[in-house]
Design a protein around this ligand. Structure first.
Ligand code: TMP
Length: 253
């Protein structure tokens, strides 16, 4: 069968296809899950459908509070139409509580509140295992300039405040997350927008009351069913693959 669309790029969890108009792409969410730079991998049925919906929900919410994103609209269960951007080769990580690599690096117990949100950067390079890099490297190697970095931090902190509030409203603590930033050119004028995806694949989400993990750590650490965890996040937010019109967020107090 001839492919429907031209494939532009295939990553570990998503595929990008040529879009219907210049400057657009179709982002397809796969069911593949990887961790530890793809040393651990599995296919988690339904993950792509959930992440497509959840990323739509967060990107739409961000646009509604004035944070620019690449998202245009969802096309179907697994695909969304996005603006084509020039991806800055950084994973922009924001942490509210210690967990994962910062806990390991500094010997901090997971869940320790941080004195303020910490923004850090990894260089997106699978062969190198996405190493943590200082701002000095980013500017020196020209991945972004100082003005871009100031704008990236401002964007990342707005995303953090928005997501923290949305999750807290449904009884979930946003421990940390990762976003990617893209450039959109309008003649000589350049804008930075939130790109890639926002989903439980790229966040740490803990139930406020029980501390139960509702994110990809369930897969990384073999803590149970990843689909159940993501479905619970979607259910609380009122984002479900079916019957979305009748779903409302479940307020927890
Ligand atoms: P870390 O504690 O492993 O550095 O991860 C911090 C956050 O970034 C966590 O929410 C998971 C997310 N993340 C990704 O989305 N992709 C990655 O490749 C890595 C390493 C982390």
């Amino acid at each position: 069968m001839a492919p429907r669309r031209k494939k532009i790029y295939e990553g570990k969890a998503k595929i990008l296809y040529e879009g219907p108009e210049p400057g657009t792409l179709v982002q397809y969410f796969k069911d593949d899950a990887t961790a530890f730079n793809a040393q651990k991998r599995d296919v988690i049925e339904g993950k792509g459908v959930l992440n497509n919906r959840l990323s739509e929900y967060f990107m739409t919410g961000l646009a509604n509070i004035g944070v620019p994103t690449h998202f245009i609209r969802r096309i179907n269960m697994r695909e969304q139409l996005i603006r084509q951007v020039e991806i800055i080769p950084l994973e922009v990580i924001v942490r509210n509580f210690a967990a994962g690599s910062i806990s390991k690096r500094l010997g901090m117990e997971e869940g320790t509140p941080l004195p303020r949100p910490i923004v850090e950067y990894s260089y997106k390079n699978d062969a190198l295992g996405d190493p943590l890099v200082p701002e000095e490297y980013i500017v020196a190697f020209g991945w972004a300039n100082q003005q871009d970095l100031d704008d990236i931090v401002a964007l990342a902190l707005r995303v953090n405040d928005f997501l923290s509030g949305v999750f807290y409203g449904v009884g979930i603590k946003l421990v940390d997350f990762k976003i990617e930033i893209g450039r959109i050119w309008d003649g000589d004028y350049m804008r930075l927008v939130v790109a890639d995806e926002i989903s439980p694949d790229s966040c740490r989400l803990w139930d406020v009351k029980t501390g139960q993990k509702l994110d990809k750590d369930v897969f990384r650490r073999d803590l149970g069913s990843l689909t159940d965890a993501y479905t619970e996040v979607a259910r609380r937010l009122g984002v479900m693959p079916t019957n979305t019109t009748t779903m409302k967020p479940t307020l927890i107090n």
